[in-house]
Design a protein around this ligand. Structure first.
Ligand SMILES: CC(C)(COP(=O)(O)OP(=O)(O)OC[C@H]1O[C@@H](n2cnc3c(N)ncnc32)[C@H](O)[C@@H]1OP(=O)(O)O)[C@@H](O)C(=O)NCCC(=O)NCCS
Length: 330
């Protein structure tokens, strides 16, 4: 068995900033309401002509591969987490493969576990690296939430932003102790209606009526999502700690999904984990779904907060309702 190490990280956020004040000109809301309920100040909005999911992912992935000290052709599998892809098919990973100039015919797949997608991808990549099937796997989380946001629904449009995060996972050849320790994934499909894009799939194709009623956009029951997010993420983290004989004091950094500050604070409180060791950038970028953790990890690793040898815990939650947590030595 091989140990899995995060060898490279990268991120991309579009240049265009949309502040809470900008939003208050579009819907009946205010900076004060959004800050108080979510801790979000602003979000980035992709240019649909160049910064659709594979376009944003290209910048993040290019950096992650470079930071890992690799060439694009060293990658033998791309796992691309995306909720609303470039196309329904072919998959977005194949579009990224071409953009990166990968000519080795590496395997490409998309996964959709909404905001938990990157964490789902990590567990899969770890299993394939551990067993020697792959040596270097690119796991990307990229989301263009502005494409499924209903800009007339104040209860959801204030929450989301666009962005990309990318991570290269490799067989650890450095003998430095970096390794995946444990992970846990879950889904409760009985609550899938609480966060859903109802129309546009095979079951309910787009019709004139759908467009007239704006049903091609996200719909959400915020309080159900909130309660399940904090309950499930804290439960998964506690399970990982317990089954590895660790306590919260052994965790150097907790990087939760950046959904909103109240969810992050409540989860940390349930875990009895101090907020000053929680990586948080939701104020600047809002909820970028499956891009949020890898982008936050890249920021914290680049600015020196997360260091090699530290023990780090990730936890995510999203539509499905999916959830997951990963414990690793960085
Ligand atoms: C969405 C969320 C912030 C709403 O907060 P809340 O405290 O549950 O607020 P409610 O939905 O009960 O709404 C309270 C009031 O604020 C109003 N409101 C909703 N959005 C508003 C906005 N952007 N600006 C101003 N008022 C708003 C509601 O209409 C309601 O008004 P009413 O009392 O007159 O009916 C909260 O439920 C949440 O964070 N949920 C999790 C969402 C999430 O993170 N989803 C992604 C997970 S991956």
């Amino acid at each position: 068995m091989f140990a899995t190490k995060i060898t490279g990280t990268g991120k991309f956020h579009p240049e265009k900033v949309m502040t809470n004040d900008d939003l208050s000109k579009m819907v009946d809301t205010s900076d004060e309401w959004i800050m108080q309920r979510t801790g979000i100040k602003e979000r980035r909005i992709a240019n649909p002509e160049t910064e659709y999911p594979s376009g944003m992912a290209f910048y993040a992935a290019q950096d992650a591969i470079k930071n890992a000290g690799l060439e694009p052709n060293d990658i033998s599998l791309i796992i691309f987490s995306v909720t609303l892809p470039d196309y329904l098919f072919p998959n977005t990973a194949s579009q990224l493969q071409t953009k990166l100039g990968i000519s080795n015919e590496c395997a490409c797949m998309d996964i959709n576990a909404a905001c938990t997608g990157w964490v789902y991808g990590l567990q899969m990549a770890d299993a394939l690296i551990k067993t020697g099937v792959h040596k270097h796997v690119l796991v990307v989380g990229t989301e263009m939430t502005s494409a499924f946001n209903n800009w007339e629904d104040r209860s959801s449009c204030v929450l989301f932003g666009d962005g990309a995060g990318a991570t290269v996972l490799s067989q650890n050849e450095d003998n430095d102790g970096a390794q995946f320790i444990d992970s846990i994934l879950s889904c409760d499909g009985t609550k899938s209606g609480s966060l859903i894009l109802k129309k546009g799939g095979s079951k309910s194709p787009i019709t004139h009526e759908v467009l007239d009623n704006k049903e091609q956009f996200v719909s959400m029951e915020g309080q159900i999502v909130f309660k399940n997010a904090v309950k499930t993420m804290s439960r998964h983290c506690a399970t990982l700690l317990k089954r590895n004989n660790l306590t919260t004091e052994d965790i150097d950094w907790f990087v939760p999904h950046q959904a909103n500050l109240r969810i992050i604070e409540t989860t940390a409180k349930l875990l009895e984990y101090p907020m000053d060791k929680v990586i948080c950038n939701v104020e600047k970028y809002a909820n970028t779904s499956s891009a949020s953790i890898p982008a936050a990890v890249h920021e914290a690793f680049t600015d020196g907060r997360i260091k090699r040898g530290q023990t780090v815990l990730f936890a995510a939650f999203g539509a499905g309702l999916t959830s997951g947590a990963v414990l690793l030595k960085f």
